[in-house]
Each structure stands twice: as structure tokens, then as C-alpha cells.
Design a protein around this ligand. Sequence first.
Ligand code: PGA
Length: 257
Amino acid sequence: MKKETRKAVIAGNWKMNKTPAEATELITAILQANEGADNSGCTVVACVPYVDIDAAVKAAKGTFLKIGAENCHWEKSGAYTGEISADMLVACGVEYVIIGHSERRQYFGETDLTVNRRVKAALEAGLKVILCVGELLEQREQGITSEIISMQVKIDLAGVTAEQMENVIIAYEPVWAIGTGKNATADEADEVCGGIRATLAQLYGPALAEATTIQYGGSMNAKNCAELLGKVNVDGGLIGGAALKAPDFTTIISAAR
Ligand code: PGA
């Protein structure tokens, strides 16, 4: 299977931005900016804060735009104050969920073991998972990027079946590139995304590895998206800052198409 046969996926990660009213406004602007475009070549997702889900699902209803969440808990219900279960997201009309974002790992004590539990719970609930992996600047400087990424992929996907992998997208997000305006070069992104594909081949065989969508994320924007998305192992993007501006997000979607 070649890059052209893999589904390109562009996902916005809104992080802790936008009220429900602002979410409706931004989604309406994204839909307007994409009016008349052929959406067959690219899946587009907006991953929004929990409180915006209802407004976002309503605003995107019947359109090409899918709605995602930014995290979920691994238990179905119970005494987990402040948490949201995968089943709750499904009940609200959510189709995608980001798991293991580096901001969760850095600021909220997320580990590969908890990421793995969340990935499995999300898949069991029927969500599509955008699993984030990425190295720290020190790790890149120590020359251990490929080992770190391979370890994250292996632990985060432990117990995930080949069948479930159809609903998994992997996002390579070097931590030093997120929100810094300093993106990985297209060649660096391609090399690590290719390494992720090699790890998937070890775990699940080459056909599944070739079929899996692997995104790059970290300061992808309207200017650098075409070069990054043109790389053979980069099948899409996970976009933070630029996803909050309808024209920039639309430029990135167009590049992926
Ligand atoms: P950024 O964020 O595009 O603002 O760097 C990407 C992400 O954190 O997913």
C-alpha cells in the first residue's frame, strides 16, 4: 500500500480554548471556508474541550467535519472526580479522541501505562483514537529519539488487536516543536513517522503498518504544511494554534487533500 491509498487525517487540537459560543462561531467559519470543496481525500476532525462538545456536534452535524475530544478516562464510571469516560463521549456524539498528548504527560502525570489503559477503553467504546507520541528536546539531543518513540508505541498499544488498529491514528509530536513555532523539518518528521511504521510492522506486520495513518504535529501551519504533508510517511497533521484560525486550518486541509 502506498501513501496515496492511506486516508489523510487533519485534526485540530483546540486545547483549553473557546467557550461553547466561540466553538459554534469557529466551526461555522471553518465550514464556510470549505464550502464546495471535495472532501473525499481527507478526514477532518476538530478535537474540542469537553464543555464545547455539544455546541460543536450541533454546528458540524451533517457536514464533513467530525468532532473529537482531547482525553478520556479508562473506567466506564465511578469515583473519578473531574474525569470523563469514553462511553460519555460516545453518548455526546464524539467520534475521535486524542490520547497521550504531551501536555497530559508533562503537566498531568500521564504515563505510557495510563495512556495504554485510556487507548484500550476508548477503542472498546467505539471511538477512533489519535495516539500522541514524541520525544523531549534532551532525548533528541542524546540521539535516543527512535528508541523513545518505539518504546512509547509498544507500551501505548499493548493489548490492542490488529482489528482495533483500524481505529488508531498515530500522531508524532516532538515535544520541543509543540506551540514553539519551531517545527521539525519535513525530513525529520518523515524519518520518525517512518520509524513508527517500522515499529508497527514489528508488532502487527507490514500490511497493517502500511495502512495506518501517521500524522505529524508541532507548529504545523499554513506555511509549512505542504512540505510536511508531502512526505511519504506523513499522512496528516495534528494542529494546535493554527486550528484556531479558520483560514489557516483551511489551508492545511487543502494541502492534505
Ligand atoms: P501546535 O500544537 O500546532 O500549536 O504546536 C500541536 C499539538 O499540541 O497538538
